[in-house]
Design a protein around this ligand. Structure first.
Ligand code: ADP
Ligand code: MG
Length: 317
């Protein structure tokens, strides 16, 4: 039964692997001279998605959040493994899940080479493996005072969609429809991460909110930053709700957008825009790195903004 499921839904040709699904291990031949970038992310029903969410969407998102980690390192996606626990062998659910999973896998040239399948509360654990030239990975510890802070795409949308769904943010339905895709179908910024190699001094993907994730860069780099709230790129539809504290919190501390936050010296500003153009991904300059530690957000008047929120707490009840 289990082997049937694996054969039906998770066994695909893997020309980029020496040996894919079906043996005790997959066999992979890394490109000579490249470093491997490896990352794992888990998604749990009730925490990362709701039972009624579309299985194709869950398939997409579980791989997307992992690809986002490769993006944040500037790594080229190569292989993935998938550990999945599910309450019942629901063929229709698995078929749709696999469709969402393989669609985004194919669009990033990533091959599923193994995994584990078991009965249990719906849980998805994915490990992705990418490649990056030695010394070129975008790390969290490279930000230097004077560097500029950048953000890709638009932030706050996924958190706004979640707040809307939970009834914490009342939006017109037509407006909510514009932020919902960010929550269900996030786009990992893989091309941008690769294009930023040799340009960005540090990078992270925004999974837990801008303040928390930029905070990780600052901590690892031993620096601080000032962020200009008015410069933060939010969708116009979300900007119309900025009178609501919840909407402001979504932009500053909402997670799940999977945009990149990165730093680069001011002298590389043109190179950043060129990388963004090559990756066909918008980028916005939102602040600057300071020698003095701490993260400050200033409003339009240059006055410090009172921050009521911090990042997502994975251990909150
Ligand atoms: P083992 O007994 O060694 O744990 P399994 O019976 O769990 O092996 O898996 C058989 C093969 O199917 C292995 O190659 C494993 O990597 C692969 N596999 C199991 N589950 C999945 C999955 N969800 N997606 C992809 N490959 C899987
Ligand atoms: Mg197994």
């Amino acid at each position: 039964m289990e082997f049937d499921l694996i054969a039906r839904h998770f066994t695909r040709p893997t020309p980029g692997a020496v040996l894919g699904v079906g043996d005790d291990c997959a066999l992979l031949a890394p490109t000579p001279g490249m470093h491997l970038a490896v990352s794992t992310d888990m998604l749990l029903e009730g925490r990362h998605f709701a039972p009624q969410d579309s299985p194709a969407g869950i398939g997409h998102k579980s791989l997307a959040v992992n690809l986002s980690d490769l993006a944040a390192m500037g790594a080229i996606p190569r292989w993935a493994t998938l550990a999945i626990a599910l309450p019942a062998a629901d063929d229709a659910w698995l078929k749709a899940f696999a469709r969402g999973f393989f669609r985004i896998a194919d669009s990033h040239g990533i091959e599923l080479v193994g995994g584990d399948t078991t009965r249990g509360p719906l849980t998805i654990g994915i490990t992705v493996i990418g490649e990056v030239p030695p010394g070129e990975a975008l790390r969290r510890d490279g930000a230097r005072p004077g560097d500029e802070v950048w953000v890709s795409g638009a932030i706050g949308s996924a958190a706004a969609a979640l707040a809307y769904r939970q009834g914490r943010l009342s939006m017109e339905q037509i407006d909510a429809a514009k932020v919902l895709p960010a929550l269900y179908l996030p786009t990992p910024r893989v091309a941008l991460g690769i294009a930023l190699r040799g340009v960005a001094s540090s990078a992270i993907d925004i999974s837990d909110g801008l303040l928390a994730d930029l905070g990780h860069i600052l901590e690892r780099s031993g620096v601080g930053a000032v962020v200009d709230f008015a410069a933060l790129p939010a969708l116009p539809v979300l900007q119309r709700y900025l009178h609501e504290a919840v909407a402001r919190d979504c932009i500053l501390a909402g997670g799940d957008d999977y945009e990149l936050c990165f730093t680069a010296p001011p002298a590389r500003r043109e190179a950043v825009f060129e990388a963004a153009a090559r990756a066909d991904t918008p980028v916005t300059r939102v602040g600057r790195v300071t020698l003095e530690t701490g993260l400050h957000v200033v409003g339009a008047d240059g006055e410090p903004l009172a921050i009521t929120c911090t990042g997502y707490d994975h251990f909150a009840a």
